[in-house]
Design a protein. Structure first.
Lengths: 342, 342
DNA sequence: GACATCTTCCAAAGCGCTTTGAGTGCTGCC
DNA sequence: GGCAGCACTCAAAGCGCTTTGGAAGATGTC
């Protein structure tokens, strides 16, 4: 069933049928009703490709996901972000098209996406410091929103970020206020902008509070459970071990907890842990009182908002760039307690 | 830059340029080289929509993901499955288009997908028992592969499944051999076919070994960490608690562990735990000796294989339906030990 | 009643590609 | 030299939709 067939059945021209279905005013209410009814009855749905070719709008958003051979990791929070964004796309009749691409081919992937014209815009995931993709996308003149930010990029672009620096500052200060002085940071890969900002927050707060940074108390790697485990295990075995750790995600925190418990220590009493909680659906931070004291911000909500921002940008391509900086909550759970008595 | 412009520059017809680029034999090697070079130089890439409209092939695969309002959960393993499938799609020049859809609109989503003709096939996720989607997709005549199976569906369809029943049979037998008699099952939602099969494996093995099933020792819900925690916590508080638990995923197992440790028990000594490990990238089951004794099967590999099967099916739509049943490994880790002395 | 103005509809062009069917020029053979 | 056959190339017809630029009929105004 296509438009020609449908209009033939109705004894109307394709023009009229198309207009009736798309809500144009040049068609009488009576015929519109007739057309709508016939369309529903026959299950007519316009061919997306033909419509897209005719209108110039793909009605789809691209997400390029690098799957590196080096760190073969699909981001933990990714599924929830996509879920949030996908909701909004669905509401607005947009599709989500994903490209999994080896990370040395990522730039090419964006070029291809732009040329093939099957997306109207893209979301940029996991920006690094001075991320080259931003200028590339500007050059390609394709609307985009960055989930996160990229330090040292001077051009204007749309982004939505959590105030990672501020969040970790607050977490660090919270631990210091509790009497901790040996505070470790189990960070993500610091090529990633968010991880870098978290480190800055950590270092800045230690410095401001007169605590000298001990390089032995920071680790940085992919945010997996084993990363948390090994980092914590090694650091807790030091002669002068940390009494508190900041974990970059709830998954990392799980690893930290494993190491803590393996050592026979009790979380929240012997060792304090704060983590960054992205409120991932299948791994909530407890369901009553939080398991972990955490800085908290919903990645799913971020996905929703990024999608909205992008759709707005597509509607009005000449609008000024939009930025949103979200503050994370600091929620207190059972994983933190007073530091050691001096 | 489009085909017309490119052929104009080259002084050739669109036909010839198109044929040269698509590897048809009716064009001389010399012109082919010339055309290729010009295309590369100008960064020409055919418009996906126009090509798709002309060829009738969308070069894209659809994944419909229900996001229920009831259980607002994005499947844990989903990201890894997609990553695997996406790799294969990428290698074959296919895109992946995702529809997030509220689960009461899922059937409509498939219809729309079929009508809009912007995908050549779909992957069905999370089949339930007697899943209506299978007959629907047959009726819509759109190639599809089911990740999992659907009990009680009589029609033929393509599927790839892990032998969940056998895996849990082996896990249960393993625990019985270790001397356990009070064995609990912390299962997923049993509307899901895989969860149902796991229960059958559990019940069957208990029965075969002469152990009477205690309904107090089974739980079933979304596979989240809190599900593992609450289930284990409640069951461990019973007058006659389980000495071993089978967890439906590694995330659930994390919750189980939390409950075990909270009770002051030691994993692998006081309580044994076996889980189903989907080998999710960010949450490996340890990196040397496994943390948990587990039945193990890579969901990422499953994604890859499902994608291959689907692409083959698209190439040869009249080929017979293909099935693959994968056996899970049973790997021994540190979370299991001998049962209580009689 | 004649003219202007809406309202309602239509034919046809065009989006950018693939593919059919038809040349055109060249080579080889008799 | 004439012809068949081959190697290339092309013009044009779609794919299914939107949208432009009219046209036809209905309505209103003087």
């Amino acid at each position: 069933m296509n438009l020609r067939e449908l209009s033939r059945q109705l004894g109307l021209s394709q023009t009229t049928v198309s207009r009736a279905l798309n809500g144009y005013p040049e068609v009488s209410e009576a015929t519109r009703q007739k057309v709508m009814a016939a369309a529903r009855a026959s299950g007519y749905q316009p061919d997306a490709r033909a419509r897209s070719l005719a209108t110039g709008r793909a009605k789809a958003i691209g997400h390029v996901i690098p799957h590196s051979t080096k760190h073969e990791m699909v981001n933990v929070v990714f599924a929830d972000f996509i879920a949030g964004a996908g909701e909004v796309y669905g509401q607005h009749g947009y599709d989500l098209v994903m490209s999994m691409v080896s990370d040395d081919a990522e730039e090419q992937a964006y070029r291809t996406l732009a040329r093939k014209r099957n997306v109207d815009g893209v979301i940029v995931h996991g920006p690094t410091r001075n991320d080259a993709r931003i200028d590339l996308l500007r050059e390609l003149r394709i609307p985009f929103v960055v989930h996160g930010r990229s330090s040292d990029v001077t051009s204007e672009y749309n982004w939505l970020d959590v105030n990672n620096r501020r969040a970790i500052e607050r977490a660090t200060a919270f631990l210091i206020d509790l009497g901790h002085r040996r505070i470790a940071l189990v960070n993500g890969v610091e090529r990633m902008d968010f991880a870098l900002r978290r480190r800055l927050g950590y270092e800045g707060t230690l410095h401001a509070r007169g605590i000298t940074l001990d390089p032995a108390l920071t680790r940085s790697a992919e945010m997996t459970e084993p990363h948390g485990y090994h980092s914590a295990r090694e650091m807790l075995a030091l002669a002068d071990p940390p009494t508190a750790l900041i974990a970059s995600s709830i998954v990392v925190a799980m690893g930290v907890r494993r190491a803590v418990e393996e050592r026979g220590l009790r979380l929240g009493r012997d060792v304090s842990v704060i983590c960054f909680d992205d409120m991932v659906s299948y791994f909530p931070n407890g369901d009553g009182e939080p398991i972990f004291t955490a800085t908290r911000s919903s990645v799913r909500a971020a996905g929703r908002r990024c999608a909205e921002m992008l759709l707005e940008q597509i509607e009005a391509p000449d609008a000024a760039a939009v930025h949103e900086l979200w503050e994370a909550d600091l929620v207190v759970g059972r994983s933190t307690g007073p530091g050691p008595q001096q």
